[in-house]
Design a protein around this ligand. Structure first.
Ligand code: HEC
Length: 421
């Protein structure tokens, strides 16, 4: 980073080629620490170091102004522009900012021993980055130096893994050797002439997924103690990047009321979701605007309100995979799925019904009394039907709407089958 900041600031000006060579080597140097750095400082990395070429919002501070493109990704894009000269000041500014961000984190680091399970998790997380941000070219929008960067990442993770070599026995030793082989195979697959010709499907099926699985097997066979590192949305208990449980939905949910995986709550939530009993005029349900046959949208530019021909200001997004978000709505005003529900009830253009009225209606129905009792009996001392249980049930149903079982997912999950026709 030092050299990059120096280059962009010097007189006479560095040539375009010098700058390009420099960003390539700066990024390769970053690749040597990325898997560990990102694992420990995911958010700092995302906001300040690797950055991004697009405007982004910090979901923990939704009211703050959007963050401008910055960091290594933005520099990669700018330095490879044809018209690099018009961006000289900008490039210099971003390089100085990056240097500052690096110095800051350098100063605030304390040395601590990395537990074995964390090193393996960091490597597994690094493997995910290679496949998602690396070989796709996402990380390198200007240089498209994606294949060399991915190779560097795999090499450095292989080196880190070799620290486990000493003292292994039996099955753990066998698994260790198999993982080393898979790393080498992955590196070999990356020996291609161009970004375009790289066969990502074979890379995924033959190297990335087996590596991801092999590293987990190694943890088990070598009896390494694990505990989930809470900063990550990735569920390290899975074996495949396309496993339906690959993302840990609990990570995305600040659970304030009750768990979302109770089958009775889900069943109740499903009934409520399609029932217009919750709207003031008894004509609108969640499914009016989030219809399953339209991928849980309404197919309209903006949703129709409860008055025919009058439209709300916003578009109804799909609810598929909505659970994997830290915040909800265009303005991020809601922090989890349960707390999002009252916004629909309170909204004069949507349900426009108080919870006390909704509760009265539901209590008149034997069917609902039974369903609420099945799901919440004993949890609340008062009535089973209350704002919390209604919100929890609806959220529990929305939480099940995930899309990780496509023919593609099934194909890449299973090493032997052929692609469905
Ligand atoms: C009148 C149409 C309408 C109805 C009825 C409605 N929604 Fe929505 N929904 C919307 C619109 C429009 C948005 C986007 C609002 C925004 O961004 O401010 C939205 C956003 C959401 C989101 C946030 C998605 C995201 O990724 O940010 C969730 C979750 C959701 N609705 C669930 C529900 C549930 C559950 C119900 C029933 C209790 C419901 N909605 C009823 C129109 C509707």
């Amino acid at each position: 980073m030092d050299t990059l900041a120096h280059y962009t600031n010097k007189t006479p000006l560095a040539t375009a080629d010098q700058l390009r060579d420099q960003i390539i080597s700066t990024r390769l140097a970053y690749k040597r620490i990325e898997f560990l750095f990102d694992y420990n400082h995911t958010k700092y990395n995302y906001l300040n170091i690797n950055g991004g070429p697009l405007l982004k919002i910090d979901e923990d501070q939704p009211d703050a102004p959007p963050i401008k493109p910055n960091g290594l990704q933005a520099l990669d894009e700018l330095i490879f522009l044809d018209d690099i000269d018009s961006e000289r000041n900008h490039i210099n500014e971003l390089s100085q900012e990056l240097l500052k961000a690096v110095k800051f984190i350098e100063k605030s680091q304390t040395v601590h021993e990395l537990e074995d399970f964390k090193l393996i998790e960091a490597i597994r997380s690094g493997i995910v980055r290679v496949f998602t941000l690396g070989v796709t070219g996402f990380d390198t929008p200007g240089s498209v130096n994606a294949i060399s960067e991915s190779e560097e990442s795999l090499r450095v993770m292989l080196e880190a893994f070799q620290r486990f070599e000493v003292g292994l026995e039996g099955l753990a030793k066998k698994e260790y050797k198999s993982v080393i082989k898979l790393f080498q195979q992955g590196i070999n697959q990356l020996q291609v002439q161009s970004f375009e010709e790289f066969d990502r499907m074979s890379f995924l099926r033959e190297s990335i997924n087996p590596l991801y699985k092999g590293l987990r097997n190694f943890v088990v066979l070598n009896k390494i103690n694990t505990k989930q590192f809470k900063n990550h949305g990735q569920n390290y208990a899975t074996d495949n990047l396309f496993d339906s449980e690959f993302l840990d939905s609990d990570f995305y949910q600040e659970l304030s009321y009750m768990p979302l995986d109770n089958p009775q709550s889900i069943a109740l939530g499903k009934v409520l979701f399609y029932d217009p009993i919750l709207s003031h005029n008894l004509k609108m349900s969640c499914a009016t605007c989030h219809a399953p046959e339209k991928a849980f949208t309404d197919g309209l530019p903006t949703s129709e309100s409860n008055v025919k021909g009058r439209f709300t200001k916003r578009n109804a997004p799909t609810l598929i995979n909505a659970t994997y978000a830290k915040r909800y709505f265009h303005d991020l005003r809601s922090a989890n799925l349960e707390r999002q529900i009252p916004h629909v009830f309170d909204n004069p253009e949507e349900f426009n019904l108080s919870f006390s009225e909704a509760i009265k209606r539901l209590q008149k129905s034997d069917k609902y009394l039974q369903l609420f009792e099945d799901a919440y009996d004993g949890i609340s001392n008062k009535s089973d039907i209350n704002q919390r249980s209604i919100s929890n049930a609806l959220a529990a149903y929305v939480n099940t709407l995930v899309s990780f079982d496509s023919p593609f997912d099934q194909y890449v999950r299973n090493g032997n089958n052929s692609y469905p026709a």
